[in-house]
Every structure is written in structure tokens, then in C-alpha cells.
Design a protein around this ligand. Structure first.
Ligand code: 13P
Length: 255
């Protein structure tokens, strides 16, 4: 059974004090152990404070939004895996479509970052997904196949099972236009099939595939009930602590 993983990607939002206020309410709302892995992904500036508040408790884990593939050096404005590790970061989002389109990240760059994160024992959350033009042109599967093949090239079976994939159709990000559960499930099943072809089916069965793109409390339960949807990477709706707690609750295993 794959444990669902729900992550809050705050993007370039939330100051340190806003992050503190969020956690105060959110941790109260979700209570104790709930069978869902929760990851808070603040901007770099709030990592230390969020890390301190989460402490050693298992209520939620810490993620970062990006990292550089080199260990250190003259890379002004960049952050290394080791810097994240020191703050007890466990996950790192790699290849988000905003990084790809606004900051020129290619599948090759994604691959370097994925490998560097795994070498540093950080689990990558690798974002893939097609644009609207690509969907309209019938290219969903070829785009996803390329992003997986190149982005995850060279990963061992062990490394692949530590990797989370986030299917985020670009046309659904921040638009309020969610993929239907059927559209998302079809893409997730294709991603799992591709993993089983490029690695093997036992490993593909272990990999968690999150859906991202306009996930809200109102649509989370329906998306999470699909067999290959193993969680959500939530942008806008993750900044409201009560709404995000509702999304987490929608992913809890049925009793
Ligand atoms: P929204 O939830 O705001 O659509 O963003 C999705 C996303 O990009 C998460 O990484």
C-alpha cells in the first residue's frame, strides 16, 4: 500500500511570521497521526523556522522548492543539498513547470538535480506535465515519456523508489481548472506503466505519484480516490491552514 503524500508548495509566498501563524493553526487542525505523509515546502527563507517548529515530531516533514546540483562553489543565489540537509529538509521539489518555463530548466538539468538530491539522501519530488498546446496536439504521453526517461535517467531501482513524481498539467496550475479525476488517473496510469517499462513493475508499484493543479478541499477526495493518485502537490490552496488541513483529511485512509 502506498502511503498518500500531501505537500504544500508555497512558491514565492509566506514570510517567516506568516509561516509561523500558518503552522500554529494547521498543526492544531490535523491533530496526531493520521496515516498521511504531510510535507510543508516553504520558500528558503522560512525553512529554518518551519524546521524548528516541526522539530522531531512526525506531524509534517520539511521540503524545499529547488536546489543546485553542485555541492558548493561560485553559484550566486543558489542553494546546495547539504545546506538543506542541515535544516532537516527531507524532500526537494525539482523541475516544477514554473522553473522549466520561467527559469529555463531542461530535462537534463532536472536529471542532474535529481541525482544530486538522491546522493545527498534528499527525496526528490519530480514535476512533470504537459502544456495545453501539447494536450490539444495529442502529445500528453510523448511529453510525459520524455520527461521521465531523461529526467530520471540513471536512477537505480532503490533511488527510483525514493522518488516521488508529481503530475502537474501546466494548464491546471493556478488556473482553477483542475484535471478531471479520469484525466488525471489516465496520466498517472501511463506514468506508472512507463516506470515499469523503464525499470520494473514491482518498483513502479512503489513509486508515489502526486497530482498537482488547482487541488482544493472541494475536489481533493474525488482525485485521491483514483487508484494511481497517491497524493497532491498543492499550490494556492495550501496557504490557508484550514483548507489545507481539509485536503489532508480527504487523503486519510478510510477506517
Ligand atoms: P495550484 O494548486 O495553485 O494550481 O498550484 C499547483 C502547483 O503548481 C503545485 O506545485
Amino acid at each position: 500500500m502506498r502511503k498518500k503524500i500531501i505537500a504544500a508548495n508555497w512558491k514565492m509566498n509566506m514570510t517567516v511570521s506568516e509561516a509561523e501563524a500558518f503552522l500554529h493553526t494547521f498543526l492544531h487542525e490535523i491533530g496526531g497521526e493520521n496515516g498521511v505523509e504531510i510535507v510543508i515546502v516553504p520558500p528558503f527563507t522560512a525553512l529554518a523556522k518551519v524546521s524548528e517548529i516541526l522539530g522531531r515530531g512526525q506531524a509534517a516533514k520539511l521540503g524545499a522548492q529547488n536546489m543546485h546540483w553542485e555541492k558548493s562553489g561560485a553559484f550566486t543565489g543558489e542553494i546546495s543539498a547539504q545546506m538543506l540537509r542541515e535544516l532537516y529538509v527531507r524532500y526537494v521539489v525539482i523541475g516544477h513547470s514554473e522553473r522549466r518555463t520561467l527559469f529555463g530548466e531542461t530535462d537534463d538539468i532536472v536529471n542532474r538535480k535529481v541525482r544530486a538530491s538522491l546522493e545527498a539522501a534528499l527525496k526528490p519530488v519530480v514535476c512533470i506535465g504537459e502544456t495545453l498546446e501539447q494536450r490539444d496536439a495529442g502529445e500528453v504521453e510523448s511529453v510525459l515519456h520524455r520527461q521521465i526517461k531523461v529526467g530520471l535517467q540513471g536512477l537505480s531501482v532503490r533511488e527510483l523508489s525514493d522518488t516521488v513524481i508529481a503530475y502537474e498539467p501546466v494548464w491546471a496550475i493556478g488556473t482553477g481548472r483542475t484535471a478531471t479525476p479520469e484525466q488525471a488517473q489516465a496520466a498517472h496510469a501511463f506514468i506508472r506503466k512507463t516506470l515499469s517499462e523503464l525499470w520494473d513493475s514491482a518498483t513502479a508499484d512503489k513509486v508515489r505519484i502526486q497530482y498537482g493543479g488547482s487541488v482544493k478541499p472541494q475536489n481533493a477526495a474525488e482525485l485521491m480516490s483514483e487508484p494511481d493518485i497517491d497524493g497532491a502537490l498543492v499550490g494556492g490552496a495550501s496557504m490557508d491552514p484550514r483548507g489545507f488541513a481539509e485536503i489532508v483529511k480527504a487523503a486519510m485512509p478510510a477506517h
